[in-house]
Design a protein around this ligand. Structure first.
Ligand SMILES: NC(=O)c1ccc[n+]([C@@H]2O[C@H](COP(=O)([O-])OP(=O)(O)OC[C@H]3O[C@@H](n4cnc5c(N)ncnc54)[C@H](OP(=O)(O)O)[C@@H]3O)[C@@H](O)[C@H]2O)c1
Length: 235
């Protein structure tokens, strides 16, 4: 029998995170932990997985990361093989009008939360013997990509997340923790509709979730400290 492997996905209540968690749960040996703020949607995810996915209500903006760690330990989690920082917050507003609170919220969810959650979960990641942290960024957060008006807070926060991946890959290498960043192009989700109303993306959330689930399980055999564009287009 294969050893159980544990994976945690943030922002698993909808879109890409929902599909990533479901795809991970298809493998019998995977324990999947899903995090979001929406109890109803988490219940839907749990049921869709045949009650295989363990769900945790948690607000990445202002939540106590140590309290989440304690909850995970109390639920019997002893090691974590993969951590997908998928949750994201989008502000689509002109640079002149963005408020300080919107800017800070964007950075709290997109940058501070991955930074602090990985830091807090380090003991569980080290205990796995080999682990993979995946940051879900955006093609707009990659240097030299096409940029769009209204996305200055969002895209710059995703750029910070991308560089954080390079920093952590170096620092965590001695612990056998690999860190990579997927800079996604357009995927049909609620967030895309907010960013680009009316635009039809070439990929559905299921397509991308299937890829992300494969990548968190296997990608660290091939990549470390890489910012990988996963995009057919830059809308
Ligand atoms: N769709 C695209 O075209 C595209 C392109 C590039 C990058 N991305 C990135 O892909 C990731 C997934 O986005 P999506 O398109 O699938 O969007 P989505 O369907 O709107 O999902 C966003 C997720 O983030 C979670 N979230 C937001 N704020 C949170 C908070 N404070 N605490 C906990 N969870 C929070 C939401 O959960 P709750 O509201 O339930 O808490 C939700 O599950 C994001 O990081 C996004 O930036 C998407």
């Amino acid at each position: 029998m294969q050893q159980e492997k544990a994976y945690l996905v943030t922002g698993a209540s909808s879109g890409i995170g929902y599909e990533t968690a479901l795809a991970l749960a298809l493998e019998e040996q995977n324990k999947v932990i899903a995090v979001s703020r929406n109890a109803g949607k988490l219940q839907q995810l749990r049921e869709a997985s045949g009650n295989k996915i363990e769900t945790h209500l948690f607000d990445l903006d202002g939540g106590n990361f140590n309290e989440l760690y304690t909850r995970l330990e109390q639920s019997g989690l002893k090691h974590l093989h993969g951590l997908v920082h998928n949750a994201g917050f989008l502000v689509n507003r002109s640079y002149a009008d963005i408020t300080r609170e919107e800017l800070e919220q964007c950075y709290r969810v997109n940058v501070f939360a991955p930074f602090l959650l990985s830091q807090c979960l380090l003991p569980l990641l080290k205990a796995a013997g080999s682990a993979h942290i995946v940051h879900i960024s955006s093609i707009g957060g990659v240097q030299g990509s096409v940029k769009f008006p209204g996305l200055s807070a969002y895209s710059s926060s995703k750029g910070a997340l991308a560089v954080l991946s390079e920093c952590l890959a170096t620092e965590l290498a001695p612990e056998k923790i690999k860190v990579n960043c997927l800079a996604l192009g357009a995927v049909q989700t609620e967030m895309l509709s907010m960013a680009f109303p009316g635009y039809e993306a070439p990929l559905q959330a299921h397509d991308m979730g299937t890829f992300v689930s494969w990548f968190v399980v296997n990608g660290h055999r091939f990549f470390n400290g890489k910012i990988l564009p996963v995009a057919l287009s830059t809308p």
